[in-house]
Design a binder for this molecule. Structure first.
Ligand code: BDR
Ligand code: CA
Length: 316
C-alpha cells in the first residue's frame, strides 16, 4: 500500500484527484492538508471537509498556510473564473461543515506523520508548496524520511498558464517551490508538459457519472463550471492536472521522465518559471550545481491515465 498525504487546494481538479486517491485500492490516504491557492485557505479547508463528509473519507484534514512563505509577496486574487467563487464550481456547499479539523497546522501534521512512518510516506502536493516548505524549514531531517514527493506544478518545454513561462501552483509561491525542488529528497514533477494534454471530455465524465454512485455524480456536477472555463483551450472538456500526479503514485510506467536539478525563478519577468538542468548536460558553473537530481515528466499516455481515473472512480 502507498501511504499518501495529499496536500491540496480544492479546487475542482483537486477534488477529482482526492476521489481517485480515496478509491484506489493500492493507496492508503492517511492525511489531507490544505493550502491557499484556488481559493483562500478557509475556503479550501471547508471544501476538503465537505468532500471528506460527502465521500466518507476517513483521513484527517489539517489546515495549512494562508499566505506565501515569503511574507513580502503581495496577496493575489483567487481564480474564481477557473474554480468558481467557492472553489468547487459554484455548486451549493454549506458555509461550515460540522467535522473536526486535526488540531495541528498542516506542516506540523506532515512532520509528525512522516516521523511516525519513516521511509513510507508519499507526499502528493497539488497546490502551492508552502506547507511542504514550512515543514522542511521546521524539521529539515524529514527530507531523509519521506519516500517521495509527487508535485503537480511547473512547465519545462511548454508555455505556462498564468504567465508565458509560469504555472499557477509554482507562480503562487515560487520561493516555497524552490525550497521543495532543491531539498535532498526525491521529487517527481508532474507539470503542464503532461497535464495540459491530459483532458477528460464533458461527455466522458457524464457517462462516468451515469454509471457511478453519488460521489461520481457530485464530481460531475462540481466540474461543469471548470469545463466551461476550459473551453478556450479544450474542446468541451477539462485538463485533469492534479489527477495526473495522483495517478503517478500507482502507475509511473504511464509517464516518460528526465532527471536533473530543478530550480524556480523567484522574481522578475520570469517569476515562477521552472528550470531543469538535465543530467549529463555540461554548462559553466551555475545555481544548479550540487543540487539533487529530481524527476520531471515529459511524456504521458493520456488516454490510459484517463481510463485509469474512470475505472478507479467506478470502484465504489
Ligand atoms: C494547477 O492550478 C490549479 O488551478 C489546479 O488545481 C492545478 O493544481 C494547474 O496549473
Ligand atoms: Ca490544485
Amino acid at each position: 500500500m502507498h501511504k499518501v498525504i495529499y496536500d491540496t487546494d480544492p479546487g475542482v481538479d483537486d477534488a477529482m484527484a482526492l476521489l481517485f486517491l480515496h478509491r484506489h485500492p493500492e493507496i492508503d490516504l492517511i492525511g489531507i492538508t490544505t493550502v491557499f491557492g484556488n481559493a483562500s485557505v478557509e475556503t479550501t479547508t471547508r471544501n476538503a471537509l465537505f468532500l471528506k463528509r460527502e465521500w466518507e473519507i476517513p483521513a484527517p484534514v489539517a489546515k495549512g498556510a494562508s499566505v506565501t512563505i515569503d511574507a513580502a509577496r503581495a496577496e493575489r486574487e483567487w481564480p474564481a473564473m477557473v474554480h468558481g467563487d467557492n472553489g468547487l464550481g459554484n455548486i451549493e456547499v454549506p458555509h461550515t461543515i460540522d467535522l473536526p479539523l486535526d488540531p495541528r497546522p498542516a506542516h506540523r501534521f506532515i512532520i509528525d506523520t512522516v516521523r511516525a512512518n519513516p521511509g513510507e510516506v508519499r507526499l502528493v502536493a497539488v497546490g502551492r508548496m508552502t506547507n511542504l516548505a514550512m515543514a522542511l524549514k521546521e524539521d529539515p531531517q524529514i527530507a531523509g524520511l519521506v519516500k517521495d514527493v509527487v508535485v503537480m506544478g511547473g512547465n519545462f518545454y511548454v508555455p505556462g498558464n498564468v504567465s508565458p513561462v509560469a504555472e499557477a501552483n509554482i507562480h503562487g509561491d515560487p520561493e516555497a517551490a524552490d525550497i521543495v525542488m532543491t531539498a535532498p529528497w526525491k521529487v517527481v514533477v508532474i507539470g503542464l508538459d503532461v497535464t495540459s494534454i491530459t483532458t477528460m471530455s464533458r461527455s466522458y465524465l457524464g457517462a462516468m457519472a451515469a454509471r457511478g454512485d453519488a460521489a461520481v455524480k457530485l464530481l460531475d456536477g462540481l466540474s461543469q463550471h471548470y469545463i466551461d472555463f476550459y473551453s478556450h483551450a479544450v474542446e468541451d472538456g477539462m485538463m485533469v492536472h492534479d489527477s495526473c500526479a495522483a495517478v503517478y503514485v500507482v502507475a509511473p510506467a504511464l509517464f516518460t521522465t528526465i532527471t536533473g536539478a530543478v530550480r524556480v525563478v523567484c522574481g522578475g519577468i520570469a517569476d515562477g518559471q521552472t528550470v531543469i538542468k538535465p543530467d549529463g548536460r555540461r554548462f559553466p558553473p551555475g545555481d544548479w550545481d550540487g543540487l539533487p537530481s529530481q524527476i520531471v515528466a515529459t511524456g504521458i499516455e493520456s488516454q490510459r491515465v484517463i481510463d485509469l481515473i474512470r475505472d478507479t472512480m467506478l470502484r465504489a
